[in-house]
Design a protein around this ligand. Structure first.
Ligand SMILES: [Zn+2]
Length: 184
């Protein structure tokens, strides 16, 4: 839960008579980000439309679909959205030039005017939309691991070469007196 981004009743936003601004600084439960989500969200009730504007940024850690390596990706959102307050925008007699220009027909979000606006959900949706369907770490991607590695699949891995054993070997070495220099 991002602190301070509790849902707010649309009627409350209407009664406010001016835009409400949320400062965003926190982490979202469903979005594992490396850095807090930071930015701001602004919502203004304009009769039968809720205008929501926001600028947000965070860094998430993804796994590359090709090389399976992890990489960080910055997400930046700079968006403005008009949300229709009513059951169905298509059956309403709305024909403001602004709406026609901004929203492709039938793709507008709606909210029940008696319902609530959830700024945290809006933040989550906007950031989610920035994520690509295919995760690709970049031009330096080494490619799929099986194609680039030497064909050593037939030889079993040597445990001594496993770096995880290095600490144990160091410990063993430090506990044993050097065998080539007898202490006498
Ligand atoms: Zn990659």
């Amino acid at each position: 839960m991002i602190p301070g981004l509790e849902p707010v009743a649309l009627r409350e936003l209407q009664a406010l008579g001016q835009p409400r601004v949320w400062e965003v600084d926190g982490t979202h439960d469903e979005l594992a980000s490396l850095t807090p989500i930071r930015g701001r969200v602004c919502a203004e009730h304009r009769g039968n439309i809720l205008e929501v504007e926001g600028s947000l940024s965070t860094i998430i850690c993804l796994r590359c679909d090709r090389c399976l390596g992890h990489f960080n990706q910055e997400l930046n959102v700079e968006n403005r959205e008009l949300i229709w307050l009513g059951s169905d925008p298509s059956d309403a007699n709305v024909s403001t030039p602004e709406l026609d220009a901004a929203v492709p027909e039938g793709l507008m979000e709606c909210l029940d005017p008696r319902g609530r606006f959830e700024p945290e959900r809006w933040v989550f949706e906007q950031l989610s939309l920035q994520m690509s369907v295919v995760n690709f770490c970049g031009d330096h991607c080494p490619g799929p691991p099986l194609q680039t590695s030497t064909p050593a699949a037939s030889t079993p891995p040597t445990p001594l070469k496993d770096p995880r054993w290095q600490a144990l070997r160091d410990l063993q070495a430090s506990m044993q007196p050097p065998s080539d220099q007898p202490d006498d």
